[in-house]
Design a protein around this ligand. Structure first.
Ligand SMILES: Nc1ncnc2c1ncn2[C@@H]1O[C@H](COP(=O)(O)OP(=O)(O)OP(=O)(O)O)[C@@H](O)[C@H]1O
Ligand SMILES: [Mg+2]
Length: 404
């Protein structure tokens, strides 16, 4: 033994008093070492165990399994291990828990160590048994806490989904409300051309009847002379001119109706699913302006200052909704005739749209409230205070910013 080795008695003492169960068996499963921890917890002093077969002393041990485990260590000359997670109660040891005051069975992890003799063969297997009860309890608490957290998370997810659904409904109803508001204006826009096309048709009908009279006179008693007389009478030169004009005017009127209907459809995209797509925001602005024209044309002149902007990925019908809200707000803010300016441009790799008016402006103390749901300064029945709040959410969904 070298001078640096600790005295053998000290070693024995430490092994005996370690807060770890240590015992060893020989190839016949006879106990050759039994430390203080083992004695204390099993209630079997070393004198009652040493030299005896482990399984005779402890019939409650899972013999088949444990014997095989130990024999394998003899055979393979390698460490083995059991964990408290798989086999927590190898020995049924009680444990007083000073913290909780309760009594638990000790949950154990064991290491099986081959101890070689003079040659290469394993003479003993030494088992160290560690108390993992605290870890196991902590682990249990942690698992509970994690399960609680996961339950809470699932509940939160459910709530978020509900909130999103509610917001979608709000969005939808806000959209319906503004479309309803617009419907009257749009009806007026359509009514106008339909009115004059209708009256043009009345004139055209009269003209055609006159022309029939001329043609029919050719077959009459006065023949060509009769026809010429009627032609004079109906002022053919004027009629010829007017027919062309009436057709052109009517065609323009019908085109207007067609465009309004097309814009309305583009605006709400009723016939396409709500999907992200590439769109030019200037087209969106124009479409929306046409749809809202009746709200605007009596209050403001429209000035467009469009820059060159690329198409962007968006939900066009939702952006139309934003533009509509901003245009209607602008129109409503102008007590006397003013100017509505629509401008676009690029900044970095994004695009911007500005909708400005020459109206009353927003009072400074209201600036940080205008995006709140239901904030309105308009009389009851006029504003619901949802326009900007809905717009804010739509722009947020587009990873954009909206500012007064
Ligand atoms: N262009 C603007 N000029 C002046 N004030 C504005 C303008 N746009 C918005 N505001 C102010 O912001 C408030 C909130 O606007 P928001 O569009 O959310 O609601 P609303 O127009 O009052 O009602 P709704 O749009 O639901 O009919 C308005 O009541 C108004 O006080
Ligand atoms: Mg509004």
């Amino acid at each position: 033994m070298s001078e640096l080795s600790p005295p053998p008695r000290l070693l024995d003492f430490v092994v005996d008093r370690l807060e770890v169960g240590i015992f060893a068996v020989d190839a016949e499963m006879k106990v050759v070492l039994w430390n203080h921890f083992m004695a204390m917890h099993s209630g079997h002093e070393p004198g009652r165990v040493i030299g005896r077969n482990l399984f005779e002393c402890f019939p409650e041990l899972p013999r088949v399994w444990l014997e095989k485990k130990i024999r394998n260590v003899f055979l393979l000359k390698n460490y083995a291990f059991t964990s408290w997670e798989q086999r927590p109660y190898l020995f049924h040891f009680q444990h007083n828990r000073p913290v909780t005051g309760g009594v638990d069975a000790i949950q154990q992890s064991c290491t099986f160590l081959p101890v070689k003799g003079a040659g290469d063969s394993v003479e003993h297997v030494c088992v160290s048994l560690y108390d993992f009860t605290d870890t196991a309890i902590f682990h249990g608490q942690l698992s509970h806490a994690i399960a609680d957290l996961q339950r809470e998370k699932a509940e939160q997810r459910r709530l978020i989904e509900k909130l999103e659904e509610a917001q979608n409904q709000l969005l939808q109803s806000e959209k319906l409300a503004s479309i309803g508001q617009l419907a009257a204006g749009v009806a007026h826009e359509i009514n106008n051309p339909v009115g004059f096309v209708n009256s043009n048709f009345g004139a055209l009908e009269r003209y055609v009847l006159d022309l029939f009279r001329v043609i029919d006179a050719l077959d009459g008693p006065d023949g060509l002379a009769g026809a010429q007389a009627i032609r004079q009478q109906i002022d053919y030169a004027f009629l010829k001119e007017d027919i062309v004009a009436l057709f052109k005017e009517s065609k323009d009127g019908l085109d207007r109706v067609k465009r309004i209907v097309q814009d309305l459809r583009d605006f709400s995209r009723v016939d396409s699913v709500q999907a992200w797509q590439k769109a030019n925001l200037q087209t969106c602005l124009d479409t929306t302006l046409n749809v809202a024209t009746n709200e605007i044309k009596h209050r403001a002149d429209v000035v467009k200052a469009y820059g060159q902007i690329p198409e962007v990925d968006c939900l066009p019908s939702q952006l139309n909704q934003v533009f509509l809200n901003l245009m209607v707000n602008a129109a409503q803010a102008m007590n006397q005739r003013g100017t509505l300016t629509l401008a676009t441009g690029c900044e970095g790799d994004g695009v911007w749209v500005s909708i400005s008016d020459t109206g009353s402006g927003i009072a400074p103390e209201n600036l940080n409230r205008i995006f709140d749901p239901f904030f309105t300064t308009k009389p009851v029945g006029k504003g619901t205070g949802l326009g900007l709040s809905v717009s804010y959410n739509i722009i947020a969904k587009h990873n954009g910013r909206i500012e007064p």
